[in-house]
Design a binder for this molecule. Structure first.
Ligand code: GFR
Length: 312
């Protein structure tokens, strides 16, 4: 079977740039959206040029021109959208509805992967305000995809390591705390942490795989199912330094939402679902879904001790 041609929308973003690399590395003809709205964003432009140098093909189009999107998606077999859903960056998830419209009209796309790559929004029907906006919008996009009968795969990538691992899952920082660490509840709730390159590798692996057609692919490799306490212990072992640990109850953690800005409120809600409710691991992956490390055992996924070595 010929390798599908891929179109990445959101290619300059945190996960999109890795998906472009993985797509090229796995031998796909890879197209990348260059939005007309790029304006004076020279870093984005230069990143796009660097993709071109590596073999990607740039397509100029605009979300304000339906026809330009239709023409773009007609060139390819698979569309991957990695538009941001993180509030302190940009939050454009509903713009994907325009992409869905274009894919519907083109009628030639064999698989669409919308911007998901986190918790499974279908399981977040009771999520807290205001963070539930992320899941509600992802569900609106899913509904549009399914109503248009567009073939899809939803990738549930759980926690991107960069936001959750080096900081030992402390909010409002990305680097390891030096002295003390706050444990959520007893610190024993299991979460799932993923190296971002591995998210991209598994995502590209799945685009031509009939086993994940119209399904959710969970990235839940066994060695990366860890509690916050285990993460802290891995770091203490690596750094050779013990941290002071204190615990915060779910109630106190939620109360901290009161005096922070919108993006932080969203973060607190999301962290609550992950570290108190255990939303990433409190369910079995059933018949109607697949798990990536089972489907693709040849991928030697990054373990979190390895990831943390970058910070020594
Ligand atoms: C690390 O510090 C923070 C991280 C912070 O101070 C505030 C918010 C974050 C979170 C974001 C919350 O919107 O980093 C990434 C993002 C969390 C997130 C995780 C969002 C959607 C998801 O589906 C998800 O799944 C694990």
């Amino acid at each position: 079977m010929a390798k599908s041609k891929v179109f990445v929308v959101g290619a300059t973003g945190y996960i999109g740039r890795r998906i472009v690399k993985a797509s090229l590395a796995q031998g796909h003809i890879t197209y990348v959206l260059q939005r007309d709205e790029i304006g004076l964003d020279i870093e984005k432009l230069q990143m796009l040029l660097s993709f071109k140098k590596e073999g990607a093909r740039l397509i100029e189009a605009s979300f304000s021109s339906h026809q330009s999107l239709v023409e773009a998606v007609k060139k390819v077999d698979v569309v991957i959208c990695t538009m941001s859903g993180v509030h302190f960056r940009s939050h454009n998830l509903l713009m994907q509805l325009k992409l869905v419209e274009a894919i519907k009209e083109a009628g030639t796309v064999k698989r669409f992967l919308p911007s998901e790559f986190g918790m499974d929004p279908a399981r977040m029907g009771n999520a807290l305000e205001p963070g539930r906006e992320t899941f509600d919008q992802k569900m609106i996009v899913r509904k549009a995809i399914e109503e248009a009968h567009i073939p899809y795969t939803y990738v549930s990538a759980n926690c991107f390591a960069g936001y959750f691992v080096p900081n030992l899952s402390q909010l409002e920082r990305l680097t390891p705390p030096k002295h003390k660490v706050c444990l959520y509840g007893d610190g024993n709730t299991k979460a799932v942490f993923m190296d971002e390159e591995d998210v991209a590798t598994y995502t590209i692996k799945t685009i031509d795989d009939p086993r994940t057609l119209n399904k959710t692919l969970y990235l839940r490799p066994p060695d990366n199912i860890l509690s916050q306490r285990q993460l802290v212990e891995i770091w203490e072992e690596l750094s050779g330094k013990k941290l002071d640990k204190f615990n915060i109850s779910g109630k106190d953690f939620l109360a901290s939402m009161k005096d922070v800005d919108y993006a932080q409120k969203v973060g607190i809600g999301h962290f609550y679902h992950i570290f108190y409710e255990g939303c990433l691991t409190n369910f079995e992956i059933g018949e109607e879904a697949e798990e990536a490390s089972k489907l693709y055992p040849e991928v030697n996924y990054t373990r979190m001790d390895q990831y943390l070595r970058m910070f020594l």
